[in-house]
Design a protein around this ligand. Structure first.
Ligand code: FCB
Length: 428
């Protein structure tokens, strides 16, 4: 048997990932409205100043380089850049430009997400994703973003986890804009694919050849009852819809979702064919699916099948699914970037082991010929975790949410050893 590769090549990128709303602070957008409406699990939690990354960015770039990172993923906050429809805030654009230049000066290559879940408050009222005008509105915004990336050699992610946005925001109504309608979800999906295409075009026109793609949340799925044909059908259809429909549309130009009784679509979008330079994978866990005989027909659960203990947010620790996921995206024939992977570990003691097992799967995938080129850990810092608020801690650095002081967790040292030594050593 071949011994799996234990080293990362010199051109493999290690980096960290963040998103604007979760770290910057001082942002007024659809999420801030959602919080005030008491829609989070903890109805009084507010993102507010977040972890003040907007002001502490230089310190945070230093923290990133201290763990051996050479890439830093941020997102641009649309609500800062276009606070009113059609009015662009030059100071905000300048502010981002300044931060990106500093990032470069620290030896960090920017990975820039144009859209990471949040919207300006006017967006859902005026041009929500299920309306065709949303595409043009996003094109205009992307044009401004492209201009501020000039000369930076950034990698661009148009959308973070579009299926999570759709599932949460349009199908379950659990996140903004709080719609629960299968047909509108499919309309919105189609427009998100089109919006990716026009944004990528804007970026390309302005900057020449730029690597542009999306980040997709990809779960490993398993039937809750292995012997049950309905559970198994859910795994097949749900896995296809959730993990692959979007990637596939950007590869083939054919958008296909087939979830009978929930949402279905079949549209050809020829301009979406071959419209991504890389496949972005956010991998965290595995979910078990069970058929229930009433809408929405699916029950979704995380199970601790191996006795490893669920992570603190309640997700299964399932590194095996990472390899499977990476094998599954080989079909797109593009380089693969891990744009997020991480663990909510509130004590900070499990993270080195999580990194070890998950990076091991990345090496195993590479040994099988999957062209994984980079790994961005979610996240550099503890931050505001959407519906869960301030409970979870995904950070390599622990943040005291009162004083905002950043303190290394044991994973910092481990990450640095692997990122700089290029060897998958065992945690101490
Ligand atoms: C992903 C999101 C990211 C973060 C992690 C834990 O789904 O993209 O913003 O919340 O989960």
């Amino acid at each position: 048997m071949r011994t799996p590769e234990r080293t990362f090549p010199a051109d493999f990128t290690f980096g960290v990932a963040t998103s604007a709303y979760q770290v910057e602070g001082g942002i007024e957008n659809d999420w801030a409205e959602w919080e005030r409406a008491g829609r989070l699990k903890e109805p009084h939690a507010r993102c507010g100043r977040a972890v003040d990354h907007w002001n502490r960015y230089e310190e945070d770039y230093r923290l990133a380089t201290a763990v051996g990172a050479t890439a830093f993923r941020i997102s641009l906050e649309w609500a800062r850049i276009e606070p009113e429809r059609g009015r662009f805030d030059e100071a905000a654009l300048e502010g981002y430009r300044e931060r990106l230049l500093k990032m470069k000066a620290h030896g960090l290559t920017p990975v820039v997400t144009l859209h990471h879940f949040t919207h300006p408050t006017w967006f859902h009222r005026e041009t929500p994703w299920h309306q065709p005008e949303s595409v043009e509105v996003f094109r205009r915004y992307s044009r401004r973003c492209a201009a501020l990336l000039e000369g930076l050699d950034a990698r661009v992610i148009t959308f973070n986890e579009p299926m999570v946005l759709l599932l949460g925001g349009y199908l379950q109504g659990a996140i903004p804009p709080g719609i629960a309608d299968g047909a509108l979800t499919m309309k919105a999906l189609e427009n998100l694919v089109r919006a990716h295409v026009v944004a990528r075009r804007e970026v390309g026109e302005r900057l020449g050849r730029v690597e542009t793609g999306i980040s997709q949340n990809m779960l490993a799925f398993a039937p809750d009852r292995w012997w049950n044909p309905l559970d198994r059908a859910l795994v097949r259809l749900g896995g296809q819809a959730y993990n692959h429909a979007f990637h596939e549309a950007l590869s083939t130009g054919k958008l296909r979702v087939n979830m009978p009784g929930v949402a279905t679509t079949r549209v050809d979008i020829p301009e979406a064919r071959d419209s991504a330079e890389f496949v972005g994978v956010n991998y965290y866990s595995r979910a078990h699916l069970r058929f229930v005989p009433r809408p929405p027909f699916i029950e979704f659960k995380y199970r601790d099948t191996q006795g490893r203990g669920l992570t603190d947010i309640g997700w299964e620790d399932w590194p095996e699914g990472f390899l499977q996921t990476l094998r599954d995206v080989k079909r797109y024939g593009k380089p693969v970037w891990i744009t997020e992977n991480g663990i909510d570990d509130r004590s900070g003691t499990r993270r080195p082991q999580y990194l070890h097992t998950h990076l091991g799967q990345v090496l195993a995938a590479r040994a099988e010929g999957v062209d994984v080129q980079g790994y961005l850990y979610w996240s550099l810092l503890d931050n505001f975790e959407w519906l869960e608020g301030w409970g979870p801690r995904f950070g390599l650095y622990h943040v005291d949410f009162d004083t905002l002081e950043r303190r290394p967790t044991p994973a910092c040292d481990y990450f640095r050893r692997v990122a700089t030594g290029r060897k998958l050593v065992a945690p101490l």
